[in-house]
Design a protein around this ligand. Structure first.
Ligand code: ZN
Length: 373
């Protein structure tokens, strides 16, 4: 059995490490050390230098006695802001919260601790296990920038469990959307607003015209569109010559997301033309939609593990991206496991020892499964 005390000490230690996106060095060093103690071969890749961070993705491999394929377990090392000087506060009922002025970082320290504690349990009890591959990524919170730099020729596993989801342990996401972000730069002409307004081309008004004609929110059953940021203008007495509009599109259909991006672009173009302005339009693919078949072994093994531990099993779709989107793009079939994180991305984030123990046990069962069903 996973030790509650060992687990809570490890979790408190992980939380105490500052690990903002692009600043994961200390966390990376700690996790390398832990994996080496468990007998892994460990590599840090060069993602850090490629994305201007101070740490790469940490990749570990541990051979097993079982002659079956390895499975990849993946969690991200970075935490969202406010992320520095985090401190885990444990109460008498087993809840763990931050001190209130930072996030807790259960997203994704709860995933990391589940992997570490499962490995600790396997080592201490000399349990038979399958070959295990671990990937701790950097900069997941910035549209999965870290995992995108992984050299996938070094990853052996064809199946993965990504521990990075809210919800009760026993839940997993098998389907996630494409997420596109777009930037529309509307270029007009500046002029004095009092003396020569007629000589100006109003970039903000052209941009507003485009935005007012877009349908935002749920635009169909599978797709959302949002404009989230608008910047423009220098002073109240100047006709603004530049307006930048940023937004995002999510869809379970990658094709549909691309079509919507084109529609948004067309709207900005026609509004710009109507006002005599020009546009530059850029689209970035944050991640690509995937759907892991519900009857895939990676799902059935998870279901069996839930049954072993008497946990209610459920599959759901998520409208958030994760490292699993990038794994899927690289031919790895995976699901994202709920792992004892609640109210993530806020200072009210919390977890509980009970749920952490459950996800650590579940991870141990997956690592020791021999795939005989
Ligand atoms: Zn996360």
């Amino acid at each position: 059995m996973i030790s509650r005390e060992h687990l809570s000490n490890e979790f408190i230690k992980l939380v105490s490490i500052d690990s903002p996106s692009f600043g994961e060095k200390e966390m990376g060093e700690y996790l390398k050390k832990r994996l080496l103690e468990f007998g892994f071969t460990v590599e840090e890749d060069d993602a850090g230098s490629k994305i201007n961070g101070n740490c790469g993705n940490i990749h570990g491999f541990l051979a097993g006695k079982m002659e079956i394929p390895p499975i990849l377990f993946c969690s991200h090392m970075d935490t969202v802001e406010p992320s520095c000087q985090k401190q885990a506060v444990l109460d008498s009922e087993g809840f763990i919260r931050s001190k209130g002025n930072t996030v807790l970082g259960a997203d994704d320290c709860s995933g990391i601790v589940a992997i570490l504690e499962a490995l600790n349990e396997i080592k201490d009890n000399n349990l038979e296990h399958r070959p295990i591959e671990v990937l701790f990524t950097v900069a997941e919170e910035t549209y999965c920038k870290g995992v995108k730099e992984v050299d996938f020729s070094t990853i052996i596993s064809k199946e993965a469990y990504v521990l990075d989801l809210e919800g009760k342990v026993g839940t997993a996401a098998y389907k996630a959307p494409t997420i596109l972000s777009f930037n529309a730069y509307v270029k007009g002409q500046s002029s004095h607003a009092g003396f020569a307004p007629h000589k100006g081309i109003h970039a903000i008004q052209a941009a507003s015209d485009a935005i007012s004609k877009l349908k935002l929110g749920n635009i169909d059953d599978n797709t959302t569109l949002n404009v989230g940021v608008i910047h423009g203008g220098l002073a109240t007495n100047i006709i603004p010559d530049l307006c930048e509009v940023r937004g995002e599109i999510r869809s379970y259909s990658h094709q549909r997301a691309l079509e919507v991006a084109q529609e948004v672009r067309n709207q900005f173009e026609s509004s710009a033309v109507a006002f005599g302005a020009k546009i530059r339009f850029e689209v970035e693919i944050g991640c690509k939609a995937y759907e892991t078949p519900k009857n895939h072994l990676v799902v059935r093994r998870f279901e069996a593990a839930c049954k072993t531990l008497n946990l209610p099993f459920s599959l759901q779709q998520t409208f958030g991206g994760s490292d699993n989107n990038i794994l899927a793009q690289n031919g790895i079939a995976g699901i994202v496991l709920s792992c004892a994180m609640n109210q993530c991305h806020s200072c009210d984030e919390y977890t509980t020892i009970d749920e952490l123990v459950k996800i650590a046990e579940l991870t141990k069962v997956l690592m020791t499964s021999n795939d005989e069903q």
